[in-house]
Ligand binder design. Structure first.
Ligand code: F6P
Length: 319
């Protein structure tokens, strides 16, 4: 291969820039040019791209967001748009693609690979919900953002003796809610993977009050319900008044943590190696601290599952 491309797709995640940098630098190390495709699959379809030289990715390792911009592109499921993009790649002499994104982005990569265009996926999403890898790029930074926010909410919750519901991102996955809940010592955590027990939530709040606790924190992943809905239910069911804080897109921003930068460097570089070794329809991931690669087909047979042992532990620790 003499020329490959890289794109970022789906919700952005801190560390995507560090991954782009790793792809470009590693490819250049092997005398391979890298085209940066703008706006994910939208740019792929239109052939919107330019050459990224070593300097183009200088000074971005510490920056949040993605210098290539991102988009969600539902029409990319259609064959005609995939073909249109492939034609653009052929015209530009691009022989392979690194896709940085979540599992939705992986579907596009798999479709292209099946059409004979080699693609490798790099997991980049704050949700940590890409099947096959233990961690995704962006999760650690988002987690720290959430924990920092909850710590601040706790200060004011204590001063005013309030109970707070904190709504965090995670449409299908509870990792952010779960890890943040454990790290911030939340009384209750609601995640999409586990049924919640309203009586247990209320009992935990009451137990705290009986012990003289001045506040309580409930974390709800958006995939379960909104913070507002939960507050309404608690009010109706137990007459409990809670304040609601929706952290929203603040969770997707900010400078990547050191851990995310290192992960991005390792996974981005490995993705290039996989392409140069002739791999196609593959994804890179991390398991037990080791970088590995696996079939994208396999990824879709697996289902990401939040670590339920952490859920159990959080219940034990927040009696
Ligand atoms: O990137 C994943 C994610 O952060 C989800 O947790 C969330 O539901 C979604 O993105 C929100 O994305 P958008 O703001 O683009 O609708």
């Amino acid at each position: 291969m003499k020329k490959i491309a890289v794109l970022t797709s789906g919700g952005d995640a801190p560390g995507m820039n560090a991954a782009i940098r790793a792809v470009v630098r590693k490819a250049n190390y092997h005398q391979v040019d890298v085209m940066g495709i703008y706006r994910g699959y939208e740019g792929f379809i239109e052939g919107k791209m330019e050459l990224l030289d070593l300097g183009a990715v200088g000074g971005i390792i510490q920056r949040g967001g993605t210098m290539l911009f991102s988009s969600r592109c539902p029409e990319f499921k259609e064959d005609k748009y995939q073909q249109q993009g492939l034609e653009k790649m052929k015209q530009a002499g691009v022989e392979g693609l690194v896709v940085i994104g979540g599992d939705g982005s992986y579907r596009g990569a798999l479709a292209l690979s099946k059409k004979g265009f080699p693609c490798v996926g790099v997991p980049g999403t704050i949700d940590n919900d890409v099947p096959g890898t233990e961690y995704t790029i962006g999760f650690d930074t988002a987690l720290n953002t959430v924990v920092e926010s909850i710590d601040k909410i706790r200060d004011t919750a204590t001063s005013h003796e309030n109970s707070f519901i904190v709504e965090v991102m995670g449409r299908d996955a509870g990792d952010l809610a779960l890890w943040a809940g454990l790290a911030a010592g939340a009384e209750s955590i609601l995640i999409p993977e586990e049924p919640y027990d309203l009586d247990d939530i209320i009992e935990r709040m009451n137990r705290g009050v009986a012990r003289g606790k001045k506040h309580s924190i409930i974390i709800v992943a958006e995939g379960v319900m909104s913070g507002g809905e939960l507050a309404q239910i608690l009010k109706e069911k137990a007459g409990v008044h809670t304040r609601v804080s929706v952290l929203g897109h603040i969770q997707r921003g900010g400078a990547p943590s050191a851990r995310d930068r290192v992960l991005a460097g390792r996974l981005g570089a490995r993705a290039v190696e996989v392409l140069l070794e002739g791999g196609s329809g593959r994804a890179v991931g991390i398991k037990n601290h080791e970088v590995f690669d696996y079939d994208l087909d396999e990824a879709f047979k697996m289902k990401h599952k939040a670590e339920i042992s952490l859920y159990t532990l959080s219940k034990e620790l927040s009696i």
